[in-house]
Design a protein around this ligand. Structure first.
Ligand SMILES: Nc1ncnc2c1ncn2[C@@H]1O[C@H](COP(=O)(O)OP(=O)(O)OP(=O)(O)O)[C@@H](O)[C@H]1O
Ligand SMILES: [Mg+2]
Length: 253
C-alpha cells in the first residue's frame, strides 16, 4: 500500500500512432493542490484525463503504464468507470451545467449513485455541496432556476458543487478559470484553498501566478514529458531545469 491518493507510473498516451504523453510518473497527495503547467499542446489535459479515464471516450486514445487510486489499478477490468468518475471528479474549462434547475444539477449525481434515500437527504446534500462550493447564499432562493441562467463564475461553482455532491476523493480541474473574469477567478481560487485537505486537487493552468497561489506541488510538462515536478515554491524560485526556468519566466509558451 502507498500513502499517495493516486500514483501514475511510466504512463504514456497515444492518439493513434502519435505519442502525446511519454513515460510520466507522478504522485497525487491528499494534502496538496497539484498544478500542471506547460505550453499549449504539451499534454496537460491528456494526462489529466487519464486520471479518471475520460480518455476512454476518445476512440484513438491508448494508455500505457499504471495508474492507481488508493493502490487499485484504475485501468483493471474490474474497475467500475462510472464509480471511478464519481471518486475522481472533473471540472472543465468551460462551465457546463446541465440545462436543468440549479437543484437538479447538484442532485442528479447523488440520485443516480444512490447516495440519498429520502428527499430530505437529497436536500441536505444539495445544500452542503452548494455551501462548500461557495454558492449557497447566492442561489438558495432560486434553486428552481436554470443552472444555465447563472453567471459564468456562478456556473463554474455550480459545476464544482456538482462534482462535490457525489463525495469525491479527487477533483481534477482543467483550466477552471480561463473563461472567468478576475473576480470570479479569485472566488474559485479561494474555494480551492477551502477544499484543500478534504479532496486531493489537481489543477491545470496557464496562469503562473495562479499556480503559485493555489498549489503546493507543481508539475511542468513540455512536449509530452514531465520535465520537473516538485514543491511549487522550489519550482518558481529555484527550478532545476533550464526549460522550466524559461517557461515560468515567460520566455516561451
Ligand atoms: N482527441 C485527440 N485526438 C488526437 N490528438 C489529440 C487529441 N487531443 C489532444 N491531442 C493531441 O495531443 C497533444 C496534447 O494535447 P493536450 O490537449 O493534452 O495539450 P494541453 O497541454 O492540454 O494543451 P492546452 O494548454 O492548449 O490545453 C497535442 O498534440 C494534441 O494535438
Ligand atoms: Mg488542455
Amino acid at each position: 500500500m502507498t500513502n499517495h491518493k493516486m500514483t501514475a507510473r511510466d504512463v504514456s498516451v497515444y492518439y493513434g500512432q502519435k505519442r502525446a504523453i511519454d513515460n510520466v510518473s507522478i504522485d497525487v497527495d491528499m494534502d496538496n493542490v497539484t498544478a500542471f503547467i506547460g505550453p499549449s499542446g504539451c499534454g496537460k489535459s491528456t494526462f489529466l484525463r487519464t486520471l479518471n479515464r475520460m480518455n476512454d471516450t476518445v476512440a484513438s486514445a491508448r494508455v500505457e503504464g499504471k495508474i492507481e487510486l488508493d493502490g487499485h489499478d484504475i485501468y483493471s477490468p474490474d474497475m467500475d468507470v462510472v464509480q471511478l468518475r464519481a471518486r475522481v471528479g472533473m471540472v472543465f474549462q468551460k462551465p457546463n451545467p446541465f440545462p436543468k434547475s440549479i437543484y437538479e444539477n447538484v442532485a442528479y449525481g447523488p440520485r443516480i449513485h444512490g447516495l440519498a434515500g429520502a428527499k430530505s437527504d437529497l436536500d441536505q446534500i444539495v445544500e452542503k455541496s452548494l455551501r462548500r462550493a461557495g454558492l449557497w447564499d447566492e442561489v438558495k432562493d432560486r434553486l428552481t432556476d436554470s443552472g444555465t441562467a447563472l453567471s459564468g463564475g456562478q456556473q463554474q461553482r455550480l459545476c464544482i458543487a456538482r462534482a462535490i455532491a457525489v463525495d469525491p476523493e479527487v477533483i481534477l480541474m482543467d483550466e477552471p478559470c480561463s473563461a472567468l473574469d478576475p473576480i470570479a477567478t479569485a472566488k474559485i481560487e479561494e474555494l480551492i484553498h477551502e477544499l484543500r485537505g478534504r479532496y486531493a486537487i489537481v489543477i491545470v493552468t496557464h496562469n503562473m501566478q495562479q499556480a503559485a497561489r493555489v498549489s503546493q506541488r507543481t508539475a511542468f510538462f513540455h512536449l509530452g514529458t514531465l520535465v520537473e515536478y516538485g514543491d511549487t515554491s522550489a519550482i518558481f524560485t529555484n527550478p532545476r531545469e533550464e526549460r522550466t526556468k524559461d517557461y515560468i519566466t515567460g520566455r516561451y509558451g
